[in-house]
Design a protein around this ligand. Structure first.
Ligand code: AKB
Length: 320
């Protein structure tokens, strides 16, 4: 299978790339960032910008992918600092990907939406079909991207599908998200022995360990189109409070100092998101099931974070 992966150097793309090549997929990795030193076999890297339609069209018309996995995006916290740029990357980027797919062979377009598509005041658990009234530029662009993809599906017969990701946790470099505090507890907890969390201890949102998130992407992307009753699916795993995550870290890193000092802007973003998701459509229609709970994730993650810190020579780069 030929897969064009936008945002290949991002938090999800970095972990998805080796998984795709292990499956035998041929991948064109598309990102603003230069190619990493060690590229897996079967990957070609092109430095490209999703806001430039010609660069996206050239990549799609030249590579002729069977699927485009569109992960290039500016996340919630960063998006509030640079809202116009967030619009261009998230919105124009998605339009260019959809238009390129329409023009050149109609590959499947896999889209990544988010819990940031939801706004405040919804009763938990929050289902797929509630009103979407996001409070961030990131959320606005993700909701518009969902609807734009559905427009291409209904008007041009494009195979458009995707998931609403919870906050994702992996041994990686977080990239401007509000949910990044969870990952920082593990990374800084190991790297420096302390972390001051920028939300309150009671803060609770849906989270997912990256291996589950990547499996969700592959399972939904592989699902027969006729089994799907919708294009965009909530997917859920765990919903720990910040204090519960801290307790899991403290139990595994003796002596670590984790404290809380809520930052009003990021706290407000977080408080506008659901605490718990209802993902029964994903579970019934394509068999979604998460594997990792908080303990399972913490046990699996810490050795990987340790390895990453060693590789990064102390890990200074690992803090946003
Ligand atoms: C963010 O925090 O912006 C992202 C997300 C929840 O989509 N991780």
């Amino acid at each position: 299978m030929k897969i064009l992966l936008t945002g290949a150097a991002g938090q999800v793309g970095t972990d998805l790339l080796p998984l795709l090549t292990e499956r035998g997929d041929q991948v064109l990795a598309f990102d603003l960032a230069p190619a990493p030193k060690h590229l897996p076999d079967g990957v070609e890297w092109v430095r490209g910008d999703v806001t430039q339609s010609a660069e996206v069209y050239d990549a799609v018309s030249g590579f002729k992918p069977d699927r485009i996995m569109h992960f290039a995006a500016i996340l919630s916290a960063r998006g509030e600092q640079i809202p116009h740029r967030a619009w261009r990357v998230n919105m124009d980027g998605t339009l260019h990907v959809l238009e390129a797919a329409r023009l050149f062979g109609k590959p499947q377009v896999f889209y990544t939406s988010t819990i940031a598509a939801f706004g405040p005041g919804l009763p938990n658990p929050v289902g797929d079909d509630v009103p979407l009234r996001p409070s961030t530029m990131y959320g606005v662009t993700k909701v518009a991207g969902e609807r734009l993809g559905e427009y291409y599906q209904s008007h041009f017969g494009l195979d458009f599908r995707g998931v609403r990701f919870p906050g994702l946790i992996n041994a990686g470099i977080p990239g401007g998200g509000t949910s990044d505090y969870a990952l920082f507890m593990y990374v800084d907890g190991l790297r420096t022995g302390r972390y001051e969390c920028f939300v309150s201890p009671q803060s609770r949102i849906p989270f997912m360990y990256m291996p589950d998130a990547l499996r969700a992407v592959l399972e939904l992307s592989d699902a027969p189109q006729k089994s799907l009753g919708r294009s965009i699916y909530n997917i859920a795993a765990i919903s720990p409070s910040a204090e519960e995550i801290a307790a899991a870290v403290r139990a595994r890193i003796p002596g670590v100092e984790l404290t809380f000092k809520s930052d009003p802007e990021r706290q407000a973003i977080l408080d506008s998101w659901p605490q718990v998701l209802d993902d029964h459509h994903a579970r019934f229609e394509w068999g979604w099931n998460h594997e990792f709970d908080l303990d399972g994730m913490s046990d699996d993650l810490l050795p990987k974070v340790r390895e990453l810190i060693a590789k990064e020579g102390g890990g200074e780069k690992l803090h946003a």
